[in-house]
Design a protein around this ligand. Structure first.
Ligand SMILES: Nc1ncnc2c1ncn2[C@@H]1O[C@H](COP(=O)(O)OP(=O)(O)OP(=O)(O)O)[C@@H](O)[C@H]1O
Length: 279
């Protein structure tokens, strides 16, 4: 077990090599009860990249996320973290690997009966031999990192939605993950809280060098902070775009991609052109 809580480290010192991507998804089929919703997905996420998984409602973004973080086993294919295949690892090794993976769930997933400090201390209690005072000190630092200094003793019911997400993020960062997954981080937030959370994600990435994988269809966030996106498509059950959203919105080969990223402006423009009287 890695008990170093001060320095982000690769998932596996032995398997990781400097060239391996943070995440390597190969031939992945995702779905439920043996039925694939997404088929033969292939993509890699570079270390330190802010990578968005986007697509229309019901296309399978959350399903893919569940498969990436090990909650659901792949129907086919593999998911590698820093060169190490999660599905092929032993149970003990998977537990170690999971310590290097942080997840921010939609509502923050905080325990309502625990205050913020206790919430952030939970993973430290489970995964490290630190004593109570050390755990509290580290948890305090994590809360400060997300801008929640002084809120240690507040309960989730006493803070705003944006603060809950920050507290959830502090908990996700507790074990110094090398990669953090965000499930719809902007959901339920007003535009300013959403922008503040975006800035926090970028600042933490710059400071800690962590890789960020974000499931979202929030266009403002995508254009503000995504280095790269993949867009999923329900009909083809696959990836229909992979690249910089600022480029894809103008030059994406698939009209659905330009339409999605351009807030449907392409479709509206086409409809207007059709309505124009012929000269
Ligand atoms: N546990 C489950 N068992 C079976 N089917 C499921 C399960 N969870 C989700 N689905 C189905 O999988 C499909 C994709 O859902 P998913 O939540 O992954 O899409 P999404 O792109 O994240 O959607 P949204 O943007 O609306 O959150 C949907 O048809 C959904 O009903």
């Amino acid at each position: 077990m890695n008990t170093d809580n001060s320095t982000p480290a690769p998932v596996s010192a032995s398997a990781a090599n400097a060239d391996s991507p943070a995440l390597d998804v190969a031939g992945l089929d995702c779905g439920y009860d043996g039925v694939a919703l997404l088929k033969n997905l292939n993509f890699q996420v570079k270390r330190g990249e802010i990578f968005f998984i986007i697509g229309g409602s019901g296309c399978g973004k959350s399903t893919l996320l569940r498969h990436l973080i090990g909650l659901n086993p792949p129907l086919a294919g593999s998911v590698k973290f820093f060169g190490e295949c999660y599905n092929e690892a032993s149970g003990d090794r998977q537990r170690e690997m999971l310590q290097r993976i942080g997840v921010l769930y939609q509502g923050g997933a905080l325990w309502s009966s625990l205050n913020l400090l206790e919430n952030v201390m939970l993973p430290l209690e489970e995964y490290t031999p630190l004593d109570a005072a050390e755990r509290a000190e580290l948890a305090c630092m994590k809360l400060a990192q997300v801008g929640l200094s002084g809120y240690d003793s507040y309960y989730p019911s006493e803070i705003s939605g944006g603060m809950k997400k920050r507290a959830g993020l502090a908990r996700a960062l507790a074990l110094d993950p090398a990669i953090v997954f965000f499930d719809e981080p902007s959901a339920g937030l007003d535009p300013i809280s959403s922008r503040n959370l975006d800035e926090l994600i970028v600042n933490l990435r710059d400071l800690l060098g962590m890789t960020c994988v974000v499931v979202s269809h929030e266009l403002a966030s995508i254009f503000a902070i995504a280095d790269r996106v993949i867009m999923l498509d329900k009909q083809t059950k696959g990836i229909i775009a992979d690249g910089d959203p600022r480029v894809l919105v103008k030059e994406g080969k698939d009209a659905r991609v330009r339409e999605f990223l351009g807030r449907g402006e392409d479709a509206k423009a086409a409809a207007l052109v059709q309505k124009q009287p012929s000269p």
